[in-house]
Design a binder for this molecule. Structure first.
Ligand SMILES: *Cc1c(COP(=O)(O)O)cnc(C)c1O
Length: 491
């Protein structure tokens, strides 16, 4: 446990200390006044902390100890798939042939890396049922945007540039309407029915000659599998639109169902979710997309191709939408995903889905007595409960989330999706043991009992964390984003 009054690096500072030694200068010294405009030259020395190397290491290790990550405890953050990232992925990603190469190197000298990219594409084609994959997008949301730009290019190439509407259900992930808007489309919302699924009649009523695409998050943000996909696909295709599958949470269906077999024209995957790339702190992601044969000419370039056992980048794609990311995607994350796929094998990936779904249903059924369950059918990899019962007792969902931290549990996603009041969106993932799931269930039940008998305990939580209850309004209106001594002291 980190200490309450953990000294920050400025407080450790002592004049004259230094943590490094530079070798003697063996090149001519630069005269700053000659090289730089006066406006850019510092007049007063920067106030930097002066510490030795050990103090510096303690500072950063101390900070990391105050952080909560998947290696600290259970992290059931709905829709984010905070699952364990196997160490073997790191070993492979650090192999010099992968980590010490340069993007401008002659492709003859990086055949292994290119083969890995090519083989990963082939695996992802098999997993999704799509015809071609690009590994370029650096996030799920960027994959969405890339696919929409491909749809747009396709419609334009067919003389249908008037198609400017993208239909997005109200149960979609928040990035879907955002990507559609950024890609220049008008977002048309379609409602969910009482079962939490897309209302197909409502869909029929919004489809028209301007429909460019339907974006479907499946399972949707309620963790429910959309049961009428084939019908939706028919409606959209008949109207000349394209079907987009948000496959960020593929661990719900992997090995059992494929977007390509359901009539989708494009799909994105989150390699930093389902395929164990680490993604805490918004780190590098990878959001490849897969498309059908007819859309392949529009893929971002370059594409990795194989010819006579040699691999190379193909830039000869006259209809390509262009590059969407510097170089070739986040290669390091792709190496980790490839390693994961190879260590799991086809049967292993199927098991991933089985356990992800089983774990989510186990927790959901264990909590349905104490918490309101707005949709009662079985869920897929995640589910949504409502804190409405507790709200009536004076305890908000935010309080429940804060209280969970006292049990060494990262709070789940809260107040999302918007279609459920006081929502808690819980995703256990397949990598957690039954003991961990039980600890979570017992903690949630204890919190529900506290809300009923002594709500103040929950309202004032957390008690066990380094930083206690924050002033949420001040934190968002007046965030302190850099070191300020007096504020750090009182926090
Ligand atoms: C995480 C997620 C996204 C966005 O992925 P990023 O890599 O965070 O951009 C999109 N859709 C769903 C369903 C997700 O869970």
């Amino acid at each position: 446990m980190a200490k309450e009054n953990f000294p920050l690096i400025f407080e450790r500072s002592k004049e004259g200390k230094s943590g490094y030694n530079l070798p003697a200068l063996d090149v001519p010294e630069v005269n700053l006044e000659e090289e730089l405009d006066d406006a850019y030259i510092r007049k007063v020395d920067a106030e930097l902390p002066e510490v030795d190397e050990l103090e510096l290491m303690r500072h950063y290790t101390g900070l990391s100890n105050r952080n909560f990550g998947i290696l600290s405890g259970f992290y059931p953050l709905g829709s984010c798939t905070m699952k364990y990232n196997p160490v073997i992925n790191e070993d492979v990603a650090r192999l010099p042939g992968f980590s010490h190469i340069h993007p401008y190197q002659d492709t003859k000298t990086i055949q292994g890396a290119l083969k890995l990219m090519y083989d990963l594409q082939v695996h992802l084609e098999e997993i999704t049922g799509m015809q071609e994959i690009t590994l370029q997008p650096a996030a799920g949301s960027q994959g969405e945007w890339t696919a929409l730009m491909i749809f747009k290019a396709f419609h334009e190439a067919n003389g249908e540039s008037h198609r400017n509407e993208v239909i997005v259900p109200d149960s979609a992930h928040g990035t879907n309407p955002a990507s559609a808007a950024v890609a220049g489309f008008k977002v048309v919302e379609v409602k969910s029915n009482e079962k939490g699924l897309v209302d197909v009649e409502d869909l029929r009523s919004v489809v028209n000659e301007n429909t460019a695409a339907l974006m479907l998050t499946n399972p949707n943000t309620l963790g429910l599998f959309e049961t009428e996909i084939l019908e939706m696909s028919e409606i959209i295709h008949e109207a000349g639109g394209k079907m987009y599958y948000d496959g960020a949470n593929l661990n719900a269906i992997m090995g059992y169902a494929r977007p390509g077999d359901m009539g989708f024209d494009a799909v994105h995957l989150n390699l930093h979710k389902t395929f164990t790339g680490p993604h805490g702190g918004g780190g590098p992601g990878s959001g490849p997309i897969g498309v059908t044969e007819e859309l392949a000419p529009f893929l971002p370039k370059p594409v990795v191709r194989e010819k006579d056992g040699m691999y190379d980048f193909d830039y000869d794609l006259p209809q390509s939408i262009g590059m969407v990311k510097g170089y070739y995607g986040n290669f390091g994350i792709n190496v980790r995903a490839y390693t994961y796929i190879r260590t799991m094998g086809a049967e292993g990936l199927k098991k991933v889905s089985e356990y992800a779904v089983l774990n989510a249903n186990y927790i959901m059924r264990s909590l349905e007595e104490k918490y309101q369950l707005p949709f009662t059918q079985h869920c897929k990899h995640e589910f949504v409960i409502s804190g409405n019962k507790q709200k009536a007792q004076g305890v908000r969902t935010l309080d429940i989330a804060k209280r969970l931290m006292d049990f060494d549990i990262h709070p789940p996603t809260v107040y999302f999706p918007l279609i459920v009041g006081e929502a808690l969106m819980i995703e256990p993932t397949e990598t957690e043991s039954k003991e961990t799931l039980d600890h979570f269930i017992e903690s949630m039940i204890q919190i529900a009992d506290e809300a009923e008998n002594n709500p103040e305990i929950v309202q004032k939580a957390p008690y066990e964390t380094d930083v206690k209850r924050l002033d949420e309004t001040r934190a968002s209106r007046k965030p302190v984003l850099s070191y300020q001594k007096q504020i750090t002291k009182e926090a």
